[in-house]
Design a protein around this ligand. Structure first.
Ligand code: IP8
Length: 251
């Protein structure tokens, strides 16, 4: 069986984070061409929200959950990130990739901000049919808080284990994890606390680079490593070549 790759597309790669919901169609076309060229692999795409979801989640304080009668933010945020999902799926399909959008709001349940259930059997079925499921950070019903935001990185961690994936890649707008302006080649649970990791200045309700590393260290502890690289090196990552970025590994 070929590699099963979970590929996370950062929200800042596929949207312009400086403005309200602007899809970066040129970036999407390049990504779609790279994925279309990776014939051998089975791929699940997970994408972040960028400017299509974070501003809405922030505006409606979804980080604090939702209460009865105050639910507009759930609809508005899900609508924004679903529109982005449709743009990602369309770009992939235009490049000949048999992509299909999957919304976590419909298939996942969280408790206190963490996924406690996410149906993945339909994803296995899609992969068996040769399709590329495209999942995204989303608003999800939460047993304690009413609703919460589940980031693409949390989904990556959950799905990598559930689907027993062999490789995890995060395509970002920076060359890797930067410490003092230099790419950190490898991060382990032991080395992580020595790093000074900067965060984006744009609205990000799920913790930016720090939130990403925390999720990936959790995954590394479960035996699945992940690679963080600049989106321009996506072809190298998919081909299994050096990508000049950061590898997150267990001890
Ligand atoms: O961009 C956040 O996902 P992320 C999802 O992966 C929403 O952190 C709806 C803000």
């Amino acid at each position: 069986m070929s590699d099963l790759i979970i590929l996370k597309l950062g929200g800042s790669v596929i949207t312009d984070k400086g403005t309200d919901c602007t899809v970066n169609r040129a970036a999407l076309a390049g990504i779609a061409a790279a994925i279309a060229g990776a014939h051998a692999a089975r791929i699940v795409v997970v994408h972040g929200a960028g400017s299509c979801g974070h501003p809405e989640a922030h505006r409606y304080h979804l980080d604090k959950g939702a209460t009865a009668g105050e639910t507009d933010g759930i609809y508005v945020t899900h609508r924004a990130v679903s529109a982005l999902n449709e743009a990602v799926v369309s770009a992939l399909r235009e490049a000949g990739v048999p992509a299909l959008g999957v919304h976590p709001l419909h298939t996942g349940v969280a408790d206190n901000g963490r996924l406690v259930m996410f149906e993945s059997r339909h994803l296995e079925q899609m992969l068996a049919l040769g399709m590329v499921p495209v999942i995204h950070g989303d608003v999800v019903m939460d047993l304690s808080r009413g609703a919460c935001i589940v980031s693409g990185d949390q989904l990556v961690r959950y799905l990598a284990v559930a689907l027993k994936c062999t490789r995890v890649g995060l395509a970002t707008d920076v060359p890797g994890v930067l410490d003092g302006g230099r790419v950190v080649p490898e991060i382990t649970p032991k080395s992580a606390h020595t790093l000074q990791i900067g965060n984006s200045s744009h609205t990000d309700v799920t913790g930016g680079m720090k939130g990403k590393i925390d999720e990936l260290l959790g995954l590394a502890r479960e035996g699945i490593g992940a690679d963080i690289f600049q989106v321009s090196r996506l072809g190298d990552f998919l081909a299994g070549n050096d990508h000049g970025g950061t590898k997150v590994r267990g001890e």
